[in-house]
Design a protein around this ligand. Structure first.
Ligand code: ZN
Length: 160
């Protein structure tokens, strides 16, 4: 069976950046299980996987536009240090949660100056070209329930 809309795919992946540094891997942990075609993976990777079958290996190079996007200066916010009371000592490089009009976002503290804390809310992988090595372990038809929920069930998938 080929990977297409409404298939559930099990795969192992290793993700590196252009310098060959390891960013993430499922190897030695649990394989990734996802429902294809509903945006479960970054668009560039779903595109590369479409039409592939169980047992195939692929190397995919995905540009930021098809992955986590470009860094955006509007995602840099300066907030008051008072907002962090009760969270202990804050430091540059720390990852914190910020409640915004668009809901909670995770940011990285990039600067602290007096009472001004600069938060970078860009995705850590924004601007990064992703190099994936993927082993496709299984491809099966999604169940009606999985399609209506928009995610995979069973081993490696969602449990309700
Ligand atoms: Zn479900």
């Amino acid at each position: 069976m080929k990977i297409s809309e409404n298939t559930v795919v099990t795969l192992n992946y290793t993700l590196k950046n252009s310098d060959g540094e390891l960013l993430d891997t499922s190897v030695g942990r649990k394989p990734l299980v996802y429902l294809h075609g509903v945006g479960g993976l970054i668009p560039g990777l779903e595109k590369e996987l479409k039409g592939r079958e169980k047992g195939e290996n692929l190397h995919a190079v995905i540009k930021p536009e098809e992955a986590y996007g470009r860094r955006n200066d509007n995602m840099i916010k300066v907030v008051s240090k008072d907002g962090f009371q009760g969270e202990g000592e804050i430091q540059v490089g720390m990852r914190v949660r910020l409640d915004t009009d668009q809901g909670a976002q995770i940011g990285n503290i990039s600067k602290i100056e007096g009472n001004d804390v600069t938060l970078d809310l860009n995705h850590p992988l924004a601007d990064v070209t992703l190099h994936f090595d993927v082993d496709i372990l299984d491809v099966r038809s999604a169940t009606d329930e999985e399609i209506s929920h928009g995610h995979a069930h069973g081993p490696g998938g969602h449990h309700h």
